[in-house]
Design a binder for this molecule. Structure first.
Ligand code: NDP
Length: 403
């Protein structure tokens, strides 16, 4: 049934991409890519079903067997920035492990998940196995978190709401996985291919209009290369095509809401040293330009998640300084390291407190590899085989062979 669902998503790719583009205001090209990943996720977990299993363990006087068993009803809560994608990261492993699901989309973006729910029925998954619950997080989300019949909450959203989810789940000792916010570092050493790093940097922070938990919103640059990198970064940012999400050429659309635009703006109010500010289209839409700000790691813009197209440029002196600054944040989701020195790349990757790192690349997400955070970016892993551990319980059975 998961395989049929994956095929149905592929067959409805254009329709789902259009819904998602209109749901979030994201460029149609990006939305198409996300729907492609949704199909891949369902294919992957369909194939994973008979590869995630218990073991026999050598013990004295008998045989010991472990089994992987479903948890029961799991509650899934997803945010508005990648509604369908993040839903699939949770639905795939939850269903593969044999659970039933109550899933809550964000109030601002319920449309794509409601259409997916129709395809879930069309794939033959029985009614009642996947239930979509729409409504305010503080009402229905909270109720789901506290409900005694729900065995686990898989949550993606802000760290602030994640704290409440953990607290609300405590009374019933629910299992919880939390994928929360980030303030990730893009660390550029002077020996990096600066042209390549600068050409890639805008997409690492302005994709999805910066509304991305993995956004490399702190750009740390070795002091000797700072001026050159900053000018290459500004040049590349000026080329980001901001505009109508339905236009195939568009790379960045508007922000999600007027209220969110006010929040993002507030980061530029208090004397921020703006190094570059892009253009926005005229006319309606919650537009916000791409902005580069010169900062220190103590500035609010470097401490808090902006969740908009604003990057903080921060100089560092040497490798130890880069590691110190990169780790000086309560978050620990993702990050990048750009250098042509292989030993340094590995040293820095091992030293950074983050769950998902890339070297000479800004890519964070692959269907078959674990995704999730350190520190206040959460715990538990999505994607890959690791995700299945979070949607199953291990049962241990000892079978005596004594006569
Ligand atoms: P929120 O935390 O505001 O909301 C996330 C989800 O939780 C929504 O469905 C929301 O519902 C719901 N919710 C709100 N209040 C409660 C509550 N009291 N109890 C239960 N559920 C509740 O996050 P955003 O939607 O604003 O998303 C942005 C955040 O998500 C960013 O911080 C970002 O970093 C993070 N994120 C993390 C990812 C990761 O994998 N680490 C990936 C993507 C985003 P409603 O909106 O309907 O009120």
């Amino acid at each position: 049934m998961l395989r049929r669902l994956a095929t149905l998503v592929e067959e409805h790719r254009e329709e789902l991409a259009l819904i998602e583009s209109q749901n979030v205001g994201k460029p149609i090209g990006g939305a198409r890519g996300e729907v492609g990943m949704v199909a891949d996720v369902f294919h992957y977990y369909a194939g994973a079903i008979d590869k995630h299993h218990g073991a026999t363990v050598p013990v004295a006087n008998g045989v010991d067997m472990t089994f992987r068993e479903p948890l029961g009803v799991v509650g899934l809560i997803v945010p508005w920035n990648f509604p369908l994608n993040i839903a699939s990261w949770k639905l795939g492993p939850a269903l593969a492990c044999g659970n039933t699901v109550v899933i809550k989309p964000a109030e601002l973006t319920p449309l794509s998940l409601l259409r997916l729910a129709e395809l879930i029925l069309e794939a033959g998954i029985p009614e009642g196995v996947v239930n979509v619950l729409v409504g305010k997080g503080s009402v229905v989300g909270q109720r789901l978190v506290e409900h005694p019949d729900v065995a686990k909450i898989g949550f993606t959203g802000s760290t602030e709401v994640g704290v409440g989810v953990m607290r609300g789940a405590a009374d019933t000792i629910k299992r919880v996985t939390l994928e929360l916010g980030g303030k990730s570092a893009n660390v550029i050493f002077a020996d990096a291919d600066l042209e390549k790093a600068a050409a890639a940097a805008p997409y690492a922070v302005f994709d999805n209009a910066g509304q991305d938990c993995c956004a490399r919103s702190r750009v740390l640059v070795e002091r000797s290369a700072y001026d050159r990198f900053a000018s290459l970064f500004a040049e590349a940012t000026a080329n980001v095509k901001v505009g109508d999400p339905s236009d195939e050429a568009t790379e960045m659309g508007p922000l999600i809401s007027a209220q969110h635009r006010t929040t993002v703006s507030s980061f530029l109010d208090d004397g921020a040293r703006i190094a570059f500010k892009g253009e926005t289209p005229a006319g309606p839409g919650f537009w916000f330009p791409c902005v580069l700000v010169e900062a220190t790691n103590d500035d609010r813009i470097a401490r808090e998640e902006v969740f908009g197209p604003v990057a903080a440029l921060i100089p560092f002196d040497d490798e130890a300084d880069a590691i110190r600054i990169a780790n000086d944040t309560p978050y620990g989701l993702s990050g990048s390291i750009w250098t042509q020195n292989g030993a340094r790349a590995l040293r820095v990757a091992r030293a950074l407190d983050a769950g998902v790192l890339s070297v000479n690349s800004n890519s964070s997400v692959r269907v078959s590899t674990p995704f999730g955070g350190f520190k206040q970016s959460g715990f538990g892993r999505e994607l890959g085989m690791n995700a299945l551990d979070g949607y199953s319980e291990v049962k241990n059975v000892f079978y005596s062979t004594e006569g």
